[in-house]
Every structure is written in C-alpha cells, then in structure tokens.
Design a protein around this ligand. Structure first.
Ligand SMILES: NC(=O)C1=CN([C@@H]2O[C@H](COP(=O)(O)OP(=O)(O)OC[C@H]3O[C@@H](n4cnc5c(N)ncnc54)[C@H](O)[C@@H]3O)[C@@H](O)[C@H]2O)[C@@H](O)CC1
Ligand SMILES: [K+]
Length: 509
C-alpha cells in the first residue's frame, strides 16, 4: 500500500474531482460518509454523547458532514467550531450551513479557554480540528484545547490525521498534538503514522477508501510502501515440485561466543524454518556440542579458538551468509570479519556486533561487500551513521548510506523500516512482545534463509521482516506479549507462510 505525501494527496483529490466530474463537496460528502458509516456500525444507534471539534478548513468540513449524518440518524451530537481563524474554507462554510437544516442546535463557537466544554469518560470526542493542511504547530488556546481534550477519558477519534501532526514533516511541538485512540485516514496512510516520534499519537489507524483516482495513485512514486499481506503474498516464490535441497541453497551462519552460542542457534534454526536447504553454523569451539544437540539438521564448523571467532574457514561456497549475532567485538573477531568481507562473494546479512565492528572501524566499512543487508536497531544505527535531529533526517541519512554502499538497511523497531537506495518500505506486522532477546538473531537467520532460496536482497528483507513479524503476531495471539520468546517466533514461521494464503485479502485501493 502506498504512503503518500500531503501534496500528493491534494493532487489526487484534484485529479479525482476532474476525472470523475464531481465537486469537492461531493468528495467531502464521501469522506464524511465513510467516517459516519464506521461510527454507525460501532455505535449501533446508541445515543452516547458525541462531541465533534471542527476546525475551519476542509478537515473541519469533514467533521460537519459527520455531525450532520449522525444527527440525521438520531445520535446525540454536539458540534463545536474551533475558530482559530476567520478564513473559513468554502467546503467548511457550505457544510456548516447545512447543519441548520437538521437541527436547531447550532454549532458552538470556541474562541477561548472559557468556552471549553465538559467531557466525561462516557463520551466520544471527534477531532476534525486540523488535517493535512496544518502548516505550523497549534498555539495559544487551540493548543490548550488539544491538551484539555487529551486529558479527558473519552474515546478519541481523529479524522484523517491527529490534529497537530504534519503528514510528512518533523513534529515541532509534541505538547500540541491530539492523542487519538483511533485515526480514520483517507485513501492512504501518512508517513507520520509510522515514525518513532509521531506514531504514538496515532495508535490504531484504518484507511478509508474514498474512491480517489486509481490510475493517478498507481503511477505515483510514493514516499514509502507499506508492506501488508498483499505485498507479502506477491513476494512469495512457489516451490518447484521437483526441487531438492540444493535448490534452496546453503546458508552460513557465523555467530556466537562463550555465553552467547544461543544467538547462533536461533539464527540457524530460523534459516532452516524459513526454508533454507542446508545450514552450516560457524561458531567458536565451545559451541560445537550445543549446535549439534539443539539442531541436528545443521552442520557445524568451528573456529580454532574455544570462546571467540578468530578465523572463518569453511570448505563450501555458501549461497548467503548471516553474520554478527553474539560474536563480541574482540580485535581478532573484527579481523576475521574483515577477511570474510574480502574473500566472500555471497550476499550477507550483517547484524549486532558485526555492525558495531563496522561502525568502529571505518576501514572495515569500506570493505563492506555490495549487496549486503544491515539490520541495526536504533542504537546500532546511530553508531553507524551518526546522530540525527529528527525522524526525517534519519531516513535521509540512511538513504544516503544505502546508496553509497548499495546496501539494504533494515531499521528495527515498532514499524521496522527497510531502506534501499531512495526507496522506503514500512512493515505492518509485529508487536511489543517481540522486544525480547534473540528476536533479532531470528530475523537475521530468516533473511539469510530467504536469500538462499533465490530472493534478492530487497525481496528477502521485505519478506523476512514481514514473516518474522507475522510469526511474532501469531505467537502473541496464543501466549501473549510477555511470554513471547524468540524461539516462539521461529516456531511460528511455518504458520506465517500458511497464513499468507489462508487469509485472502484484496489490496486496498
Ligand atoms: N481536498 C479535498 O477534496 C478533500 C479534503 N479532505 C479533508 O481536507 C483536509 C485538508 O483540508 P485543508 O487543506 O482545508 O486544511 P486543514 O483543514 O487541515 O487546515 C485548515 C487551514 O488552517 C490553516 N492552518 C494551518 N495550520 C494552522 C495553525 N497552526 N493555526 C491556525 N491555522 C492554521 C491553514 O491555512 C489550513 O488551510 C484533509 O485532511 C481532509 O480531512 C477530505 O474531505 C477529502 C477530500
Ligand atoms: K484531525
């Protein structure tokens, strides 16, 4: 699914109006109508007090449409005009006027703090104050209204975007953002919904299809792609009936040190579970028995040293390599990695301490093989590319890094973001239960296993992150967030594959 900019959204509105020969009021009626349907199907006629706060632009116009439709259907509605300016939009004015025809209760004008209404925990608050037209952070009494509403215990629903957030620009004042329980957004999600500083204000969101021109949207280069079930299904490569284990490659997992052999175990297991034909784990000597016992399917090669990796010698050509989990940052280990970079041509997934070795030795970074996949969490990323002032600068820096090194960078987190050259991809699966030791090792193993099966570096990254998240979601559904461990993610990879095809879903427009 495409994530578009505010400008692209305005263009899509404009082109739709032209091509479908409708007025912008008709488009607004569609948008407001969708919000009404959503509410009506949940409230089912129960007249809970609904307070709609409308700005004076088109987002406020949407709020007026919702208010009118709710009143027409017998709901208990109070509409407020958050009168931060007298420059009311035409669409707003028209729909403001139409309220007169359905009720004697004219909307209440709010111009200062004294006008703020009483809200109880039983009420529903709808935020139609600002939409994607926000140009600067709300100030003065409007900001106070937003914080006042945030402090109420009412259920809070935002139309299009929580007021105070920019669709695709860094947040200026986090105290001036409506804290929605749920956001209903039109046609395409906004980038702010996924970035660490702004996503917490959106919480849950749903995309409502308002029938914008599909040709225009199809041709658009979006800000980012959201990887949903639809995209994941398209990535899947069917297995040939006559395949043999050689068809699915030979993964090399280089990981572990004394006390951290489990990292290599998890990565090797994930590589198998995602479908690699063969897996060899390269570990320090102390890991030999552990690997052979925990994963009899894997082959094991060992370093000459007992506790750390110092020289990676293997007697086969790996299809893909996963490296870094649990290896430590010993000098001899760094040298072993440098040598591996110089001598191996197979695509590599570089994780954990291997990333730190890269960040601390710029000379090693220069040797980074082209077509590598790096899987940093935010701390590792900072060590690699330096600090950033906001989420957007971070993404620009990562794009630059990706282009310079021809590498895929997977920024792990709540909405794992995959960066390749100038393109951004945001993963939709996963849950807070996955913030647990070893889940990164499982991801590295899974992506290595996909590379072995002929997925290219971008496909393996997107599909691996998606399946890993889906497996985590499946596990959490059964055992909950707290009990979830990395092994549960690995155990659920098979089910995640199967779910791709059991839950048939069309791509939302
Ligand atoms: N254009 C269309 O055809 C459609 C627009 N829709 C709605 O229209 C919204 C965008 O509407 P608008 O462009 O009118 O903008 P908004 O309603 O988001 O904002 C209203 C106006 O407030 C002013 N403003 C911005 N920041 C301010 C601040 N901090 N303090 C005071 N004033 C400020 C701006 O001049 C802006 O135009 C979307 O988010 C969506 O909800 C939907 O009805 C779908 C169709
Ligand atoms: K809003």
């Amino acid at each position: 699914m495409k994530i578009v900019s505010a400008e692209q959204q305005y263009n899509a509105d404009k082109i739709t109006i032209e091509k479908q020969q409708i007025t912008s009021l008709e488009l607004m009626e569609r948008a407001g109508g969708q919000i009404f349907e959503w509410l009506d199907s949940r409230l089912e006629g129960v007249p809970v007090p609904v307070h709609i706060f409308c700005g004076i632009g088109d987002n406020g116009g949407d709020g007026m449409v919702v208010g009118r439709l709710l009143i027409e259907h017998g709901y208990n509605v109070v509409i407020y005009v958050v009168n931060y300016s007298d420059k009311r939009s035409d669409n707003f004015l028209y729909n403001y006027d139409r309220i007169k025809k359905v009720t004697k209760n004219w909307p209440i004008i709010i111009k200062r703090e004294a006008h703020f209404p009483k809200i109880t925990s039983e009420d529903v608050v709808i935020d139609a104050i600002f939409g994607i037209g926000l140009s600067r952070s709300p100030e003065g009494w409007v900001k106070k209204l937003i914080t006042y509403l945030n402090e109420t215990e009412a259920f809070k629903l935002s139309i299009d975007i929580p007021s105070g957030l920019f669709a695709n620009k860094a947040l200026e004042d986090e105290d001036a953002v409506f804290l929605a329980n749920h956001t209903l957004t039109f046609q395409a999600p906004k980038l702010a919904f996924f970035l660490p500083k702004t996503a917490p204000f959106v919480r849950d969101f749903e995309v409502l299809d308002i029938g914008l021109d599909s040709d225009f949207l199809d041709d658009l280069k979006p800000l980012a792609h959201l990887i949903t079930l639809f995209e994941a299904k398209n990535l899947y490569k069917y297995r040939d009936k006559y395949a043999h284990k050689g068809t699915f490659g030979h993964a090399l997992i280089v990981g572990g040190s004394y006390g951290k052999i489990g990292a290599a175990v998890l990565a090797s297991k994930a590589a198998f579970k995602i479908g690699a034909g063969l897996v060899t784990a390269f570990v320090p000597k102390c890991g030999y028995n552990i690997l052979q016992t925990t994963i009899p399917e894997a082959m094991v090669a060992t370093d000459k040293e007992d506790e750390i990796i110092t020289n990676i010698v293997i007697d086969f050509e790996p299809t893909a390599i996963g490296i870094g989990m649990g290896i430590g940052k010993n000098k001899a280990t760094a040298e072993a990695i440098t040598k591996l970079f110089k001598t191996q041509n197979a695509p590599m997934v570089i994780d954990a301490d291997a990333l730190n070795i890269l960040a601390e030795n710029k000379e090693v970074l220069k040797l980074l093989p082209k077509s590598s996949i790096l899987t940093p969490h935010p701390g590792e990323l900072k060590r690699l590319i330096g600090a950033w002032k906001d989420d957007y600068e971070k993404l620009e820096k990562v794009k630059k890094f990706s282009k310079k090194n021809e590498a895929v960078v997977i920024i792990k987190g709540a909405f794992t973001t995959i960066v390749y050259m100038d393109n951004l991809y945001i993963n939709s699966t996963g849950n807070p239960g996955m913030a647990t030791g070893g889940s990164g090792d499982a991801l590295t193993g899974a992506i290595t296993g996909l590379l072995c099966q002929g997925y290219n570096i971008l496909q393996a990254s997107l599909f691996g992150v998606y399946l890993h998240g889906l497996a985590g979601d499946n596990a959490a559904n059964v055992i909950g967030y707290e009990a979830l461990m990395a092994s549960d993610i690995i155990d659920n990879l098979g089910k995640a594959y199967m779910e791709l095809f059991t839950n048939d879903m069309e791509e939302p427009e």
